[in-house]
Design a protein around this ligand. Structure first.
Ligand code: SF4
Ligand code: SF4
Length: 315
């Protein structure tokens, strides 16, 4: 019998990446476009809808913590509609999407209650990518979903190459009564690193280092594998568990794990942000004991010094 998964107070995010495939090709996309993570490719399969439903039904979520469905473009996942309809009724979801889906089908298939909860932002968050999707179409679809009872917000990334356009579109959408928000661009552009990161050299570092790292998020890739962080998930590094492992629970993400990829962290994981208690300085992961790789290798072979092995993978 599988254990419940009950995220703790300091666990901030639970996300299922139903697929990493996407119909768009945004130049700044952090996802892989070649079929997903190493594990997804190796296995050549995504979890089926029955398996995702089983995984989601294990969740016991707080009112302020929904299950976020993301990707890639998660509505392209073949069992998407069955999944959102059949998961236990009390599980609230958020959806990150580029809105390529057919709105009439979405309205027909998805109960509004699934995406309805008290929150300071919309449950359906649409990303606008200039040159990739069309703002006029997004505005029309947003109105249609709002008429059907869904709460929708459009988001634009303040990428240096499009920032003026994004601000113009924001102004226009706000005048039209559409919730349009911007997101800071994080990462490297024309040799400049954008974003405020808690740990120096963790993003685009000029040298990989070792460290111990602990997350506050439960993130599962299309194959159902759970990772320490977004960098591991997108890069298909070693997972720490599988969402269907019977003994997987919230405590599985509680420990510090040795990592030798410090310097190649994903900006989302180490960005300094304000948490839901409005305390500034929060990051998704906590990192300690940063050290040279050679030092870590030597230490790991020292008798008596225990280095954690990843748990056995669910097959
Ligand atoms: S819509 Fe999102 S997932 Fe798709 S290419 Fe753009 S950034 Fe990547
Ligand atoms: S140190 Fe960076 S790459 Fe390593 S687990 Fe933490 S966030 Fe991921």
């Amino acid at each position: 019998m599988s254990k419940d998964i009950r995220p703790l107070e300091h666990h901030n995010y639970v996300a299922f990446f139903l697929t990493l495939n996407c119909n768009l090709r945004c130049p700044y996309c952090i996802n892989l476009h070649n079929g997903g993570s190493r594990y997804e490719r190796a296995r050549g399969k995504h979890l089926g809808p029955d398996e995702w439903i089983k995984a989601a039904d294990r969740l016991v979520l707080r009112d302020d913590l929904p299950l976020t469905i993301q990707g890639g473009e998660s509505t392209f996942y073949k069992g998407f509609y069955r999944f959102v309809r059949e998961v236990r009724e009390d599980i609230k979801m958020d959806l990150l999407t580029n809105m390529s889906f057919d709105t009439e089908e979405f309205i027909r298939q998805v109960p509004v209650s699934r995406f309805t909860r008290e929150a300071p932002y919309a449950s359906i968050r649409v990303s606008y990518h200039p040159g990739q999707n069309d703002i006029e179409e997004l505005i029309g679809k947003t109105y249609r979903l709002q008429d059907a009872g869904f709460r929708v917000g459009i988001y634009g990334i303040e990428h240096p190459s499009i920032i003026n356009h994004i601000h113009e579109v924001k102004e226009r959408c706000l005048k039209l009564g559409i919730d349009f928000r911007t997101k800071e661009f994080l990462g490297e552009w024309e040799s400049d690193l954008h974003g405020t990161f808690k740990y120096e050299g963790s993003v685009c570092g000029n040298q990989l280092k070792a460290c111990d790292c602990r997350t506050t998020e439960i993130i599962a890739d299309p194959g159902g594998y759970v990772f320490r962080c977004h960098a591991d998930l997108y890069k298909g590094r070693e997972p720490i568990a599988h969402i269907l492992d019977e003994d997987f629970s919230e405590s599985s993400i509680e420990k510090f794990r040795a990592c030798s990829s410090y310097g190649d962290c994903n900006p989302c994981d180490v960005k300094v942000k304000t948490n839901r208690f409005q305390i500034f300085g929060h990051t998704t992961v906590e990192i300690r004991n940063v050290r040279e790789l050679a030092e870590a290798d030597a230490a790991s072979s020292m008798p008596g010094r225990l280095y954690e092995e990843n748990e056995k993978l669910h097959i």
